[in-house]
Structure formats: structure tokens, C-alpha cells
Ligand binder design. Structure first.
Ligand SMILES: [Zn+2]
Length: 91
């Protein structure tokens, strides 16, 4: 049984990164993408997921990460909340 690796490749700098255990946060050379959590939980992130590649079916492919999208929308909500707060203060 082959173990899947929590690894990714950055399209910008071409670095292949692997997270081998739970507290192993690895980012690529240019800081565009990162993986974390080893095989316990496949945490990953990117400034732009267009530059984030997963090794699937023997080739590097772009992925869609639902959890990350959720986190992003939460982040947007926080930003809009902060914006509304600062706007209120300016008035
Ligand atoms: Zn990079």
C-alpha cells in the first residue's frame, strides 16, 4: 500500500514541498504556497491557488480545495467586518 504524501509544487518557483508530520509546516522558496499537518490533516495554503499543484494520477495538477475556500470566505467576512467598523469610526 503506497502512502500518499502531503506534498505540493509551486508553479512560480517550481519548488516541491512535503509535509511529513503533524507539525511540519513547509513553504516553497518564494513563499507562494505551503503545506502542513503531514498525513494527519492535509492543511495547505497559497496566496493564489492557481500556483498550487498537487501530485494526482502521476502528474502535477491544479486542485480545488473546499476547506481553504471556506477559510477564504471567512477571511473576507472578517475583512468586510473590519471595513464596516473603520467606516463607522470615520463618520
Ligand atoms: Zn514558490
Amino acid at each position: 500500500m503506497s502512502k500518499r504524501l502531503n506534498r505540493a509544487k509551486c508553479k512560480l518557483c517550481g519548488t516541491i514541498i512535503v509535509s511529513r508530520h503533524r507539525h511540519d509546516l513547509v513553504s516553497c522558496k518564494c513563499g507562494e504556497i505551503f503545506v502542513d499537518g503531514g498525513n494527519d490533516y492535509w492543511r495547505c495554503g497559497a496566496k493564489n491557488f492557481k500556483n498550487f499543484l498537487r501530485f494526482e494520477n502521476r502528474k502535477w495538477t491544479s486542485i480545488f480545495v473546499p476547506e481553504v475556500c471556506e477559510k477564504r470566505s471567512l477571511f473576507k467576512r472578517i475583512i468586510s467586518w473590519i471595513e464596516s467598523f473603520t467606516q463607522r469610526n470615520e463618520v
